[in-house]
Ligand binder design. Structure first.
Ligand SMILES: Cc1cc2nc3c(=O)[nH]c(=O)nc-3n(C[C@H](O)[C@H](O)[C@H](O)COP(=O)(O)OP(=O)(O)OC[C@H]3O[C@@H](n4cnc5c(N)ncnc54)[C@H](O)[C@@H]3O)c2cc1C
Length: 807
């Protein structure tokens, strides 16, 4: 075994082998994979191998499509069969909501070229004569569905990687990973040690144990999962061709052909966790005792669609463990604080996701960043708060509800609450309905007297619609108070901090104390990796405000870019500081009533910030910015002042009609203003020029991270442009993901949707190809399966000149 390699991948399941292959394919041949037993010895060998590409979010669908389309190429390259059967698949709908769920899935797929079409029930029966079409409302056909042979796929990646020069050592368990102070790692095995620049933890069922070798804990928990394979089914045997895969939303099962019978997999309605205390080190090509009783309900539902199951003999029952993160998505990317340590763990669906994961991990290592946004799978989306109990409860909930319909704006209460800000109980007493943001509870909306403070989900307007309307109007006409403590807050200090931030961020940093700017943060390739409000609070002291869920991601990036001499300090204030936002024409009057200093006239102009005494707090930081389009102030204080400041604002606010508001009101107000929001309308999938943030990129300043790429992108035409759409929706609103058409041609997609309660229009923000970016042009938006007329507006629907927020 070599004593040095550029990358050591730990784990020879489908994930590790796909990563090794992609590293070698991208030209890094000096790469090694270590497998404790034999390849496939974790979850991989007993997987069902079912394939599908239609999924959310959009980038996950891109990666799944990539993975599936790779199989024929991999077979050709390696000379090894993947057992790939591109038989297509059908999704069945029995209820209106199931049909709508499929219509949404189909519309979303269009953005990424994932085709699907509704076929008649008769056609479905022709494709799968074992299907009982009784009670079916609709059938969606997805050509990319199919299945593969898990062991063959893994061997094909391994063979192709070896052919390119990569090395694989079996029966070589990793027993230690030691970081070196100067960078790089030593990977310890009984066969010797390997010095390497990068370690990739792709240890699947043992990812927790391998993580522990590096001193870290990952939020992962294995669960048991059943499928069974039937004996020959005569209707299938006599067909002379294969039937498509079959599944249904809320069905709790998936079925596909296996030999001349069926394979039926089940998401049990009672999740059973496995190996909570740790995965046994001697577990290998083994199964767990099966218990068909646990999947009886799933079988009953499947029998309704596939009556042949009732009489089919059972050839094999598989109960195997697979390992999940709290949202069942993989944990990918560089682990914060461990230079050169990558995670590729918790891969739920390795045969759909493995190729895509291999690609993005290889890009991340070799090129420094993945080619598409993978934040939804980034290891940094969870913090320390995602501890054992949370992981246990979330994995249980999401496993048991794996095939359930997820409604627009749906929040999940499992495992919550974990972290609350000090006024949580006060807001709850006032009818707050809470959402979840990086472990914290925050208000979505406030139920009015006589209303239940709970979300009722469906495809129409939510039960919060009228209350949110009142919150919006209160902000446009008077003043509203929003709890914004979940915004990420970083204090950046040190000698030369302005110059450092000027290098890290794309806008020019404020030259004078008290000024605020908005600034994108770019990757080396010029992609958006952050969007901050930056305030200069002192000569060598700045406050950065950004997206809450991105905080670990941002801290990882800051740490990578900090000078080695320790001259700059970044402190995450998010959990220690709280934020209250007052917005509306009466916001100044209210602030003046609680502030010790004059805040009128030019004392605190738009885009300024000042530390001052506000109410009980001697050192509140007041930032004058606006995401609502109104005069607004964000007031940040140490957490211990939040209750008393809140009480004072509420008490003083009575005179000016203060109303509490939540994030759903903010959505409506910001979309009226055409303001994009991080993670929804803007992400690493875009350069700053597509969403119209180019004005915050100062190409005339000295070098900064991403400048050369930004310069190139600025000169080229943007791929897409963000616009506002006014939708004739007839009582429903977009919520994101809907396809946009111009003259019948696919022209773009929606990213945010809501009702504009002030402008009284149904609104959406969405991207269109540049040739379609034309003011007042007529579009159609595919909303809940129907094409509705929509008009593109290049101007904000509310106060396009921005006079209100500057008054
Ligand atoms: C019953 C069942 C059905 C499934 N059906 C499907 C399906 O239809 N479609 C789909 O896409 N997915 C399916 N899955 C999920 C799929 O199996 C997993 O997503 C996939 O196998 C995960 O692969 P992995 O490489 O990440 O992990 P694993 O397969 O667990 O591989 C990890 C590897 O790391 C090795 N390792 C661990 N520790 C060390 C160490 N210290 N040193 C060296 N090596 C180490 C292990 O021996 C193992 O080989 C199914 C899973 C189950 C249980």
């Amino acid at each position: 075994m070599e004593s040095h390699a550029r990358v050591v991948v730990i784990g020879g399941g489908v994930t590790g082998c796909a990563i090794l292959y992609h590293l070698a394919k991208m030209g890094w041949r000096d790469v090694v994979l270590l497998e404790r037993k034999e390849l496939t010895a974790g979850s991989t060998w007993h997987a069902a191998g079912s394939l599908f590409a239609l999924t959310s979010p959009s980038s996950a669908a891109v990666l799944q499509k990539y993975t599936i389309e790779l199989y024929p190429k991999l077979e050709a390259e390696s000379g090894q069969s993947c057992g790939y059967h591109p038989v297509g698949g059908i999704h069945l709908a029995r209820t209106d909501d199931q049909l709508t769920a499929l219509q949404i899935l189909r519309s979303r797929g269009k953005r990424n070229g994932i085709e699907s079409e509704f076929i008649s029930v008769e056609e479905a029966h022709r494709l799968a004569p074992i299907l009982d079409a009784k009670g079916l409302k609709a059938v969606l056909y997805e050509p990319l569905k199919g299945y593969c042979d898990p062991a063959s796929v893994t061997q094909a990646y391994a063979k192709a990687a070896r052919d390119l020069g990569a090395k694989i050592y079996r029966q070589t368990p990793v027993t230690g990973t030691r970081p070196h102070p100067a960078g790089g790692w030593t990977v310890v095995t009984p066969e010797g040690e390997i010095r390497t620049d990068y370690v990739v933890n792709a240890a699947g069922l043992w990812a927790r144990e391998v993580a522990a070798l590096a001193g870290i804990a990952l939020p992962l928990q294995p669960v048991e999962h059943h499928y069974m394979v039937t004996e020959t089914i005569p209707e299938i045997a006599g067909l002379g061709r294969e039937i498509p895969n079959i599944s249904e939303p809320s069905g709790g099962y998936y079925a596909r052909q296996e030999g001349k019978g069926l394979l039926l997999g089940a998401y049990e309605s009672k999740c059973v966790h496995w190996a909570e205390a740790g995965t046994p080190l001697d577990f290998s090509h083994e199964l767990l005792p099966d218990d068909l009783g646990r999947i009886e309900a799933n079988i009953a539902r499947a029998v309704q669609a596939l009556p042949c199951l009732e009489t089919a003999g059972i050839k094999r029952v598989i109960n195997g463990p697979m390992i999940f993160s709290p949202d069942l998505g993989p944990l990918l990317g560089p682990y914060p604080g461990l230079k050169g340590y990558f995670c590729a763990c918790g891969v739920m669906s390795g045969f759909n996701q493995g190729g895509g994961i291999g690609k993005v991990i290889a890009e991340w290592i070799i090129e420094g960043e993945p080619s598409i946004d993978v934040f939804f799978w980034d290891v940094t989306r969870f913090g320390d708060w995602a501890a054992k109990r949370f992981t246990r409860e979330r994995t249980k909930f999401f496993y048991e509800h794996r095939t359930d319909i997820v409604y627009p704006f749906q929040e999940f209460t499992a495992g919550r609450p974990i972290r609350t800000f000090p006024i949580h109980d006060r807001l709850a007493d006032r009818g707050a309905v809470f959402g979840f943001n990086f472990g914290f509870e925050y208000p979505l909306w406030f139920a009015r007297k006589g209303e239940q403070p709970v979300d009722c989900y469906g495809y129409g307007r939510g039960n919060w619609f009228d209350a949110v309307g009142e919150e919006c109007r209160a902000i446009r006409d008077g003043v509203g108070l929003l709890e914004i403590s979940t915004f990420a807050k970083y204090e950046v200090t040190g000698n030369g901090v302005a110059a450092w931030l000027d290098h890290l961020l794309a806008n020019r940093m404020p030259r004078t104390v008290g000024k605020t700017v908005l600034s994108p943060m770019l990757s080396a390739k010029g992609r958006l990796i952050g969007d901050f409000t930056v305030s200069r609070l002192g000569e060598e002291r700045f406050l950065l405000l950004g997206s809450g869920p991105m905080q670990r991601y941002h801290l990882r990036w800051f740490a990578q870019n900090l000078p080695a001499d320790g001259s700059i300090r970044v402190e995450n204030l998010t959990a220690r500081y709280c934020g209250l936002h007052i917005a509306g024409p009466a916001a100044r009057e209210l602030l003046q009533a609680v502030a010790d200093e004059n805040v009128g006239g030019n004392a605190l102009p738009f885009l300024s910030a000042r530390e001052m005494t506000v109410g009980p707090c001697p050192n509140a930081i007041v930032v004058r910015v606006s995401f609502t389009g109104e005069l607004g102030y964000e007031i940040y204080t140490p957490a211990e002042y939040q209750r008393t400041l809140y009480d004072e604002l509420v008490s003083r606010g009575k005179a000016v009609g203060l109303r509490l508001a939540g994030s759903r009101a903010l959505l409506s107000l910001r979309v009226e203003k055409g303001f994009p929001s991080w993670g929804v309308d803007i992400s690493p999938d875009y350069s700053p020029f597509e969403p119209g943030l180019g004005r915050f990129v100062r190409l005339d300043k000295p070098d900064f991270v991403g400048k050369a790429s930004a310069q190139r992108l600025a000169e080229a035409a943007p791929k897409e442009r963000l616009a506002t759409f006014v939708v004739e929706a007839n009582g429903v609103d977009c919520f994101g993901g809907e396809a946009l058409y111009r003259d019948g041609e696919l022209a773009g997609y929606v990213t945010s949707g809501t009702y504009g309660h002030h402008v009284k229009e149904s609104l959406a923000l969405g991207y269109v190809r540049p040739q379609y970016y034309e003011h007042d042009a007529a579009f159609e938006v595919e909303l809940l399966g129907k094409r509705c007329p929509a008009r593109l507006s290049q101007r904000a629907r509310f106060d396009p000149e921005g006079t209100r927020m500057r008054t």
